[in-house]
Design a protein. Structure first.
Length: 339
C-alpha cells in the first residue's frame, strides 16, 4: 500500500478517533503502517495495522501528568505511543517500536517536525541491547514453532523431552533476572510416569534455603508459561493452521534479518525489499515438504548463525548514548513548549 491508499483507509469512519481523541489533537507526530504491509509481506487478506507516535501537551510536560500509556484501538489494529513511553521502548531496542522509525517514506501517512527528528535520529537508540531484544523475540517465537511441530509429530516421551529442553533454554534469562537462582539447587529431568497416556514426564528436585518467595513464584511462572504455550497450541489439522504456522516461520526469519542489520550498523530497515522472495516463499510453505520441516529449521539455523556472528562482531555501543537521547527529548519538549 502507498500513502494515498493508506490515507483512504484512515479516512474511514472507524478511524474517526484519530481526529476526536483529545490526546491526539495537534499532538500527532508520526502515523504509518505496521505489520505485513510495512514489511512488504502482505497478501490480499492482510489486515491494515496502523502505528504512530504522539507528543505530550505543554501542560503535561510542565507538570507531573505525562502519560506513558499507548492509545490502542483494537477494532482497527491501531497503536499510538506517547513520547515518554516510546523513548523508553526505543532505548531498549524494542523491535515493535524500532520498526515504526524504519518504515519507508511511501508508508508514512503523516509526519511533523518532531516525527522527522525521531526518524533522523533513530540511530541514537541503537546499541548491543538489540542482540537480546531481537534475539529474545526470535527465540520465543522459534520455541512456539518447535512446540507446534513437535506436538503433532513426536511420541509423548519425545514431546516431554522437547518441553524440558525449552525450559532449560530459559536458564540464562532466569539467571540474569533472579540473582539468587542457582541451577545446581534446581534440577529437572525426565523419568517414568504413572499418569495415564504418559510414558515419561518432567520431574523436579529442589534444594533451596533462605530463598525469596516472590522470586520463586516468578521463576515458577516462567516455567509454567512454557507448559501453557505448549498446551494451548492446536493440532495443525486444516489449511488455516498451516497458513498460520507458515506466517509464524516467516516472522522468525524476518526478526533475525532485521536484528542482523541493526547489529551490523545498517540501521532500521522495516521494509524487506531485498528479502521478499525468501520471506514470501516461507509464508507460502515452499520450504515445507508435507509434514517435514527439516528445510525450515535448516534455514532458521543459518539465519541464527548469521545473527550470532553479527552479535559477536557488532559495531554498536554496549548501551545507547543516553546523553544524545536526553538532548533529543529536550529538543522535542522545546518544540512543544514553543507551540
Amino acid at each position: 500500500m502507498n500513502k494515498i491508499e493508506l490515507t483512504a483507509v484512515i479516512n474511514q469512519p472507524e478511524y474517526s478517533f484519530l481526529q476526536t481523541n483529545p490526546k491526539l489533537n495537534h499532538h500527532l507526530c508520526l502515523l504509518t503502517v505496521g505489520g505485513s504491509h510495512a514489511y512488504g509481506t502482505s497478501t490480499p487478506d492482510s489486515d491494515v495495522d496502523i502505528r504512530g507516535i504522539y507528543s505530550h501537551p505543554a501542560s503535561d510536560i510542565l507538570s507531573l501528568t505525562c502519560d506513558d500509556k499507548p492509545i490502542v484501538n483494537t477494532e482497527t489494529d491501531t497503536v499510538l505511543y506517547p513520547i515518554k513511553q516510546i523513548f523508553s521502548l526505543l532505548s531498549n531496542c524494542n523491535p515493535n517500536t524500532l520498526e515504526i522509525l524504519g518504515t519507508k517514506d511511501d508508508h508514512i501517512i503523516y509526519i511533523n517536525k518532531i516525527g522527522s527528528l525521531l526518524k533522523e535520529n533513530s540511530n541514537v537508540f541503537l546499541s548491543q541491547i538489540a542482540a537480546n531484544s531481537f534475539g529474545g523475540y526470535a527465540t520465543a517465537q522459534l520455541r512456539r514453532l518447535q512446540n507446534a511441530v513437535a506436538r503433532d509429530k513426536l511420541p509423548q516421551s519425545e514431546k516431554e523431552k522437547h518441553i524440558l529442553d525449552s525450559i532449560k533454554h530459559q536458564e540464562p534469562h532466569i539467571e540474569r533476572n533472579y540473582p539468587y537462582f542457582n541451577d545446581k539447587d534446581v534440577v529437572m529431568y525426565l523419568d517414568a510416569s504413572d499418569k495415564a497416556n504418559f510414558d515419561k514426564e518432567i520431574f523436579i528436585d529442589i534444594n533451596l534455603k533462605h530463598y525469596p518467595l516472590r522470586d520463586l513464584r516468578a521463576i515458577s511462572n516462567e516455567w509454567a508459561n512454557v507448559l501453557r504455550d505448549y498446551d494451548s497450541l492446536n493440532h495443525r489439522n486444516n489449511k488455516k493452521d498451516e497458513l498460520h504456522l507458515n506466517k509464524h516461520i516467516m516472522h522468525i526469519i524476518r526478526l533475525l534479518m532485521m536484528g542482523c542489520e541493526v547489529l551490523e550498523g545498517k540501521g532500521i530497515n522495516t521494509y524487506r525489499e531485498h528479502d521478499l522472495d525468501v520471506l514470501m516463499a516461507l509464508r507460502n510453505g515452499k520450504f515445507v515438504e508435507g509434514d517435514d520441516y527439516t528445510g525450515v529449521f535448516a534455514l532458521i539455523d543459518m539465519y541464527e548463525d548469521n545473527f550470532k556472528y553479527a552479535k559477536k562482531n557488532t559495531v554498536l555501543p554496549v548501551k545507547p548514548d543516553y546523553n544524545k537521547i536526553n538532548e533529543l527529548m529536550i529538543e522535542i519538549n522545546r518544540i512543544v513548549l514553543g507551540g
